[in-house]
Design a protein around this ligand. Structure first.
Ligand code: IMP
Ligand code: MG
Length: 191
């Protein structure tokens, strides 16, 4: 039967699916609270600015859907998809746009909505690429920031959580396209 099953191990809730064990890192209620908090900050900072939310697909689709409903200001949306070459664990640093924005961002106040910053290469590339289109401003709102050593400066102004250097899934994030629909952030224990 193809269904997510939960079990308790040492008092902890664990999702077991197809040999993979997923432990909860950030539960649903904690995510909700943080998204509300970030939404409040953005609402204050972007009052009268009509920002465009640039959501980076696919990982940020749930985050953007939730945070936009916490914004009490007019916003517009655009979407971009990128993929990095190389194997999935060590990013090659070469980022390719697989879906570009539909609209011009010239003169606009842009907020990039990202799921997670790992090496920071994707974000660096995106900022550089979008800056060349002459927006009025660019800021980044990322749900998760992985604790990894980085040479480049951290450009995330609106951050949800600092997390340990683990491979996480859920709330939009996948492992081989699985688990995006989990309502919490978990990590694969036996990865
Ligand atoms: P970076 O370029 O190394 O910062 O990688 C960022 C991108 O890799 C994110 O936008 C995600 O799509 C993906 N990624 C990085 N870490 C994870 C993870 O732990 N789980 C799922 N996807 C991840
Ligand atoms: Mg992503």
């Amino acid at each position: 039967m193809s269904i997510y099953k939960f079990k308790k191990e040492d008092g902890e809730k664990i999702l077991v699916y197809d040999e993979e064990k997923i432990k909860v890192l950030i539960d649903e209620a904690t995510l909700k609270k943080k998204v509300k908090e970030l939404g409040k900050k953005l609402t204050i900072d972007y009052e009268d600015k009509n920002p465009v939310l640039v959501s980076i697909l696919r990982g940020s689709f749930i985050f953007v859907a939730d945070i936009c409903r916490e914004l009490k200001i007019p916003v517009t949306f655009d979407f971009m998809a990128v993929s990095s070459y190389g194997n999935s664990r060590v990013s090659s640093g070469i980022v390719r746009i697989t879906k570009d924005l539909e609209c011009s961002i010239e003169g606009k106040e842009v907020v990039i909505i990202e799921d997670i910053v790992d090496s920071g290469r994707t974000l660096n590339y995106l900022i550089k690429n979008l800056r060349a289109r002459n927006p009025k401003s660019i800021e980044v709102c990322a749900l998760l920031d992985k604790n990894v050593p980085r040479k480049m400066k951290n450009s995330v102004k609106y951050k949800g959580f600092d997390i340990p250097n683990k491979f996480v899934v859920g709330y939009g994030l996948d492992f081989a396209e699985r688990y995006r629909n989990l309502p919490f952030i978990g990590y694969i224990e036996n990865e």
